[in-house]
Ligand binder design. Structure first.
Ligand code: CAA
Length: 249
């Protein structure tokens, strides 16, 4: 069997790096999709860091909010990795927190476009080759805040909850052809996104987590790699909670 090829959007970020490494540990050929505001040097520096740590990970530019840019990204992935995408991890996402009364349309729109529209653009580009091949793994990164809602995140909670609706619908459409579609819903994980939250709010959040700490990126990476494995063909349409017990449902 030839080596599986994975595209991880937001691959050079906090969670993305851990996901790329966990997939590489499983012998997958990994391409990290990046945007970095078009800062290609930053992505190349990230790639060199991975190389120094023993990880041979490719990088491909793509703006997940833009259909044409996604198409160019997938083309580049195919060219670099020498085949079509077997595993897609829709991980790229942003926050624009604020209470709803203060939230602008721009804050709403940016979050919905980056976190939810991106699912459509990227998945549309890889789904047909997966169906033709009779194998595919799609993992969409949602959030505990989709499941429970979060003060200050009407935009993000809505987008992340939408992801799971998308996951369940698509999972039904492609299940018979060997393609699985699942959601991973991390809680608060120590990444730059979470580090932006003011310290006193972070302390309050930790008190709500039964495990008593924030998550580690590698713990999310492992969960994603499990769902992407060849022998995980009987798990589809599921939502894998990785939140230290902060929300159980
Ligand atoms: N529940 C109820 N009331 C709350 C509250 C809560 N959780 N948090 C704050 N309040 C109250 C405050 O006490 C305050 O009340 P008073 O006006 O009576 O004093 C009022 O609501 C306004 O709160 P703030 O002063 O905090 O409002 P703000 O505009 O300054 O800040 C905020 C709002 C930016 C949303 C800030 O509360 C915040 O950063 N919250 C954290 C949001 C969060 O958890 N984001 C997650 C980012 S990481 C991520 O998204 C990854 C993932 O998937 C988990």
């Amino acid at each position: 069997m030839s080596q599986r090829i994975a595209l991880v959007t937001g691959g050079t970020g906090g969670l993305g790096t851990a996901i790329c490494r966990a997939l590489a540990d499983e012998g997958v050929r990994v391409v990290a999709g990046y945007n970095s505001g078009g800062n290609h040097d930053r992505a190349l520096a990230w790639q060199a860091e991975q190389q120094a740590a023993g990880y041979d990970i490719l990088v491909a530019y793509g703006d997940v909010t833009d259909e044409a840019s996604c198409a160019a990204c997938v083309e580049r992935v195919e060219e670099l990795a020498g085949g079509s995408v077997d595993i897609l991890v829709n991980n790229a996402g942003i926050t624009r927190d604020g209470t709803f009364r203060k939230m602008s349309w721009q804050q709403w729109d940016e979050v919905l476009t980056a976190n939810l529209d991106s699912m459509f653009h990227m998945t549309r580009l890889v789904i047909n080759p997966m169906l033709e091949k009779g194998f595919g793994r799609i993992v969409n990164i949602s959030s505990v805040n989709a499941q429970k809602g979060q003060f200050g995140q009407c935009n993000y909670s809505a987008a992340k909850a939408g992801i799971h609706g998308f996951t369940k619908a698509l999972a039904q459409e492609v299940a018979a052809k060997g393609v699985t579609v699942n959601t991973v819903s991390p809680g608060y994980v120590l990444t730059p996104m979470v580090e932006k939250i003011p310290q006193e709010i972070r302390d309050k959040i930790i008190r709500q987590i039964p495990v008593g700490r924030m998550g580690r990126p590698a713990e999310i990476g492992r969960a994603v790699a499990f769902l992407c494995s060849d022998d995980c063909g009987y798990v589809t349409g599921s939502d894998f909670s990785t939140n230290g017990g902060q929300h159980m449902h």
